[in-house]
Design a protein around this ligand. Structure first.
Ligand SMILES: [Zn+2]
Length: 148
């Protein structure tokens, strides 16, 4: 799960302190930092970039829950963008195949491909073995998701 790996990233565990201790440069905060970084862990977590990454990961988890409930995703959703990138590269992908590119269950992957079909980005078909397969309706150019 992404949020977990993010936390691991923030809670750097390697004790490789070297040089004199550095203290957080945020006004009013005097906590020692790790690896001579300019900010303590608490203040790193408050940075806009880190908050944005966390926000994106939360948005992605929310979209996955939507897929689990069989709800199709809107054009501008994060996972639709990721699936389009996979299709742009491969032109064709099966529901199980998509789970090798995006961390989804088979069922979530199926609903995601149906979302793409609903927006006209792919055509769906079952292959000889009955596996749902999406074929891109676009070539070199990724579809413009800002268009209505
Ligand atoms: Zn601090």
């Amino acid at each position: 799960m992404q949020l977990k790996s993010m936390r691991v990233f923030l809670e750097d565990k390697e004790p490789q302190e070297s040089g004199p201790p550095v203290h957080c440069s945020e006004p009013g905060c005097n906590k020692a930092t790790r690896h001579s970084k300019p900010h303590c862990c608490d203040h790193i977590k408050q940075m806009t970039y880190v908050k944005n990454v966390e926000g994106e990961l939360q948005r992605r988890e929310k979209e996955k829950r939507q897929l689990t409930k069989e709800r199709r995703l809107g054009k501008k959703s994060h996972l639709v963008g990721e699936a389009l990138a996979v299709l742009w590269e491969h032109q064709k992908v099966t529901a199980p195949g998509l789970t090798r590119h995006i961390d989804l269950s088979h069922q979530q992957s199926t609903v995601l491909l149906r979302s793409l079909a609903k927006h006209g980005y792919v055509t769906l078909r079952r292959n000889k073995r009955g596996v749902l397969t999406a074929t891109a309706c676009f070539g070199e150019q990724l579809p413009n998701r800002d268009l209505p």
